[in-house]
Design a protein around this ligand. Structure first.
Ligand SMILES: NC(=O)C1=CN([C@@H]2O[C@H](COP(=O)(O)OP(=O)(O)OC[C@H]3O[C@@H](n4cnc5c(N)ncnc54)[C@H](OP(=O)(O)O)[C@@H]3O)[C@@H](O)[C@H]2O)C=CC1
Ligand SMILES: [Fe+3]
Length: 408
């Protein structure tokens, strides 16, 4: 869904100065589209070179010209090679047009390799009369779309003044980011005022789910026995009812982490393309997965703590069995902890993770493979975790009581 955000990004109003270098991009894939958008926003003249320019014009911002590969290569001063390395050989015809120019190789490998030659070195061999620079490969198409995040952000109408402030910033060791004209200043002023904007909906959703399940459990376990049989179980309210509520909330939240990926995959199969924009609700849901996953994690951890707090039961044997089952049942919490703490860069909840899988391995990938990758959890542990969690929440109460009551 690299395409999903491209159209929604506002362009800043940089005037294209005549002295700005003309930048060429070969390829019209995810990376090329994100890069073109950002370059246009930064005031560059962008020429995109494609084998079939007409097909892809609509996917690029109006300011960028989509043309043939040879056109882009001969007119540009600096050329990004946003074509997967397998297909670099198909660019050999452009050797003459690219002579003496700077080529930026943005490619990534498919697996870690200890020995060369690298893609960039191979490219340099292929184009001995050009200057190859390796770069941008660590920036995903997604990050390019999201725009600059770090550094001091500058806007101003007088470019000389702006440059002097940016130079000052650079000398102080920060990376200045040009955000356009003074008319964009409101955007920068507002930036520090948003407090956890991405957390509002997941946290409210968690609270709503908690209230729903708590009321359900309260009515079923406390109110109903009280009304029908006059039994007083109100002492269960602060700990036991909360404790049966938490895993249900965690499970539903975990389902909400996986569901949008499946929806997206089916939608892409249905539409037959990955280049259509997702509906807004799905787009927002997809970007919320990380927060939903972490809320689920929090509920599980609370559940583990509450389980330890529960008062001991009648007999020592029952207690021991119960405790043992609890530990088995709570495997999913350990898996969670493993996922969240030990694999921070690739946690299953990372909303960018699935995108990255697709972005780093898109070579010749057909739709089926892509859909497979989209539906596959970024981390198999995630689905294992989900299954154990389901078993625990769904069957644990009566399986455990059955086993314990049968005298085992
Ligand atoms: N996507 C990402 O997040 C990142 C990507 N990269 C690197 O950028 C490069 C491009 O990635 P990405 O844009 O995702 O890949 P895509 O598969 O989405 O796009 C590749 C593009 O290459 C062009 N191309 C030219 N010749 C051929 C050919 N013979 N066969 C197939 N395609 C050809 C196609 O454009 P056309 O049909 O118009 O000619 C196609 O759109 C890769 O090297 C990748 O490693 C690096 C960092 C991040
Ligand atoms: Fe439990």
């Amino acid at each position: 869904y690299g395409a999903s955000l491209v159209n929604s990004l506002p362009l800043s109003h940089n005037p294209i100065s005549s002295s700005a270098p003309v930048v060429g991009i070969l390829g019209t894939g995810d990376f090329s589209r994100s890069l073109a958008r950002r370059l246009v926003a930064s005031g560059y003249i962008v020429l995109v070179g494609s084998r079939t320019p007409k097909r892809f014009v609509s996917l690029f911002p109006e300011e960028a010209e989509v043309t043939s590969q040879i056109d882009a290569a001969s007119q540009a001063d600096i050329v990004f090679i946003a074509v997967c390395p397998e297909h670099h050989s198909t660019l050999s015809d452009l050797k003459q047009a690219l002579a003496g120019k700077t080529l930026v190789d943005v490619s990534n490998g498919l697996r870690i390799s200890q020995y060369g030659p690298s893609n960039a070195e191979l490219l340099a061999d292929r184009f001995p009369e050009s200057w190859v620079v390796k770069g941008f490969n660590t920036i995903s198409a997604w990050s390019l779309q999201m725009g600059p995040r770090d550094g001091s952000k500058q806007v101003g109408d007088n470019s000389k003044a702006k440059i002097s402030v940016m130079e000052l910033c650079r000398r102080m060791g920060f990376i200045p980011v040009d955000m356009g004209l003074l008319s964009s200043s409101l955007e920068i002023e507002n930036l520090p005022l948003y407090l956890f904007p991405s957390w509002r909906v997941p946290v409210l959703g968690t609270l709503a789910l908690f209230i729903f399940f708590y009321l359900y459990n309260f009515i079923q376990d406390i109110l109903q026995p009280y009304v029908t049989a006059g039994k007083n179980f109100f002492y269960k309210m602060p700990i036991e009812t909360v404790n049966v509520t938490l895993p249900s909330v965690a499970l539903v939240l975990l389902s909400l982490v996986y569901l949008p990926g499946l929806c997206a995959a089916f939608l892409q199969l249905w539409l037959g393309t990955k280049y259509k924009r997702f509906p807004d609700w799905l787009d927002q849901w997809l970007t919320m997965r990380k927060q939903l996953g972490l809320c689920s994690f929090l509920c599980s951890v609370l559940h583990a703590i509450y389980s330890l707090c529960l008062p001991m039961r009648k007999s020592a044997r029952y207690e021991l069995l119960n405790l043992a089952f609890k530990q088995v049942g709570h495997i999913y919490i350990y898996i969670y902890i493993y996922q969240v703490l030990l694999q921070p860069s690739s946690t299953v909840f990372d909303s960018q993770n699935v995108r990255l899988i697709c972005h780093y391995h898109p070579i010749g990938m057909d739709l089926e493979v892509q859909v497979f990758l989209y539906t596959m959890p970024a981390n198999l542990l995630g689905h294992f975790n989900y299954a154990v969690n389901c078993l625990h929440v769904q069957s644990a109460p009566w399986v455990l009581s059955g086993v314990v009551n049968s005298g085992l």
